[in-house]
Design a protein. Sequence first.
Length: 420
Amino acid sequence: MRAIVPVVIAGVLLSLGLFSRADTPDPVLDRAKRVLARWPVIDGHNDAPWEIRERYKNKLAAFDFRDTSKGEKPMATDLTRLAAGGVGGQFWSVFVPGDMRGLAATKAVLEQIDLVKRLVARYPDRMAMAYSAEDVIAAEKQAKVASLIGIEGGYAIDESLPLLRAMYDAGARYMTLTHWETTSWADAATDAPKHGGLSPFGVAVVRETNRLGMLIDLSHVSADTMNDVLDASAAPVIFSHSSARALCGHTRNVPDEVLARMSKNDGVVMVNFAPGFVSEQVRQHRATHDAEEARLKALNLGVPSAVEDGLKSWEQAHPAPQATLAQLVDHIDHIRKLAGVDHVGIGSDLDGIPSTPVGLEDVSKYPMLIAELLRRGYTDEEAGKVAGANVLRVLRRAEQVAAELRKTEAPSEAELTAGE
């Protein structure tokens, strides 16, 4: 009889709200943490460098990266929560917006690369720079966050393969070919097509990226560009922060025809946490919200207060839906179904998105995601592949391809030609 008493008392207290289920042991969550101890998260995309640039003007003394959870507008990333989330490797995005071109774009990226390196040097007990798969493994063994650099926006190379090589030498290990706008050599998913995918110079960028051992990131590019890169690339590619278009129709997501090609390429699609890329309901709500805002502006020209009041009334009558952790894992399941469990990973986009699915609010929440995979029948090893092992394999393979190509290929001298 005495053995039953604690259970009864716990049930009463739970019903009274005196403690929650979060206080009770969760064996699946404990198992998820053990998975991450063996296969740490390697997240494909985190925008903390740009956030630090915008908030603190790159001044490291202006904040403490061990804890950014306080204040009026907390960040989603800091060293304490990275440790709690089981993160062993992070691709820090060094971002350049599409309206920034030429020297300004190159300067912005180089300044962010410098910021990442200075940030790592400021916390040498918690972080380590990583330029290869072996560097990632070495950092993980020391319980440090292996810090890799990914360029977001091919505008940074200013149509120059020598600049691409300089970015690699500076430490960049992937490049997102576009951002929201099309470049002079690759079509973006969210801009009018100009090349039907890659231009001839775009193909040269792909080949030189292969030769360097830099990963090609297809997040943000059009479906035609995705397919052209898959045709041209000798190395596996990544989507550093994209989800499945079949489940959420945002053009930034990956269509099924491309997912079906990922196993042959041996690449990895790293799912994005942005609610508008995860939930079709959220995407549809935002579209109707934007349409209502445009209608109000057209009806109230020169009267911004009327637009603001009207939009507030609309929002009260049409509350926004929320994306969920379960919906995000639905994307992982879908990619697994079409491409295989070896070709899916995590690319959160944290500190680059204004909101997240419920349950994935910051970098400490990855164990919850892994626990959901386990509940759906993933083995420990399969969950570990999703967490980070897949992208580590891709990085290693890109290095092997580069070593082979460098034996026979000199640095490319290709240039953008008129009329491309």
